[in-house]
Write a protein that binds this ligand. Sequence first.
Ligand code: AVJ
Length: 331
Amino acid sequence: NDNEITIPKALDEASADDLFCKNMLEGLRSNPKHLQSKYFYDAAGDSIFREIMNCEEYYPFNCELEIFSENTAALARAIMVPGGAFDLIELGAGDCTKSSYLLSHLVQTGADFTYMPIDISANIIDYLNLQLPVTIPGIRITGLNGEYFDMLEKAAEVSENRKVVLFLGSNLGNMEPANAEQFCRELRGHLKPGDLALIGIDLKKCPYTVLAAYNDKEGITRRFNLNLLERMNRELEADFEVAKFDHFPVYDPETGACKSYLISMADQVITLNTKEGKQAISFAKGEAVFMEISQKYTAQQVNQLGKQASFETAESFFDSRGWFMDTVWLA
Ligand code: AVJ
């Protein structure tokens, strides 16, 4: 049945909560302190991220939207090769505004595919499973809530079709370069010859432009970062006073690393309530908590990244300013 919608069981909620708690505590007990940016995306974080995508300074979203809206047919052609039924798997799908251009085009042209969005946010997957068949009638969708590679394995279990993996929005930039390299190798390991990856990556450019994207005047990005403290207040019964933390983004044009930190504005002790009881974490005035990296690359570095992971670059697409790149890698 072509219209059948499979809604798989979401990641076990208790174990997801435990993992969140464990990872937050590990990061806060480290020296220097750090928190994992993948946890930004609870329901409140999803909503603040939508504000970021609409704010003036955050150019990556508009650049990639331009690529997808202006090159829809060419992108579709690029991923239809070598042909046959396929699974279109999107890692970190979000609300799939960009990919929906491609999805609509593929449905309209009668392509034989199932869309499998993978997202860490259960909220997002529930939304996509319900909403996408309404906005794109005729689409086959199987949403998967969980970690990327766990869900890629699941996707391989449920279907033997050729795989096309979308990894857009410069999500790869959220990994340190060495981890990104490892990630691409691991991704390649989950694919067979003939499978494809379509990777969207933000490129190096004027340092002022990059930094402004992570330091918007309205303070949306600041709220986005502080939301993780508020999420700990909500989910771990923590007692962060977010007014006592400041958002501090930096961009190093030499390495291409854009990093954001939260700075403790005072000597302070916060507590979290865990299964093992109350935990106290102290912060020194001026102490930084590393929150997120948004790594920028040159187009050559991206090609190199693919090559090192045993992919062959088939085709690359750029926005009119050459600020962002979507590249098709053949496994
Ligand atoms: C969607 C993860 C690529 O790093 O540019 C936006 C997230 N963080 N503003 C990025 C983000 C702060 C974004 N990614």
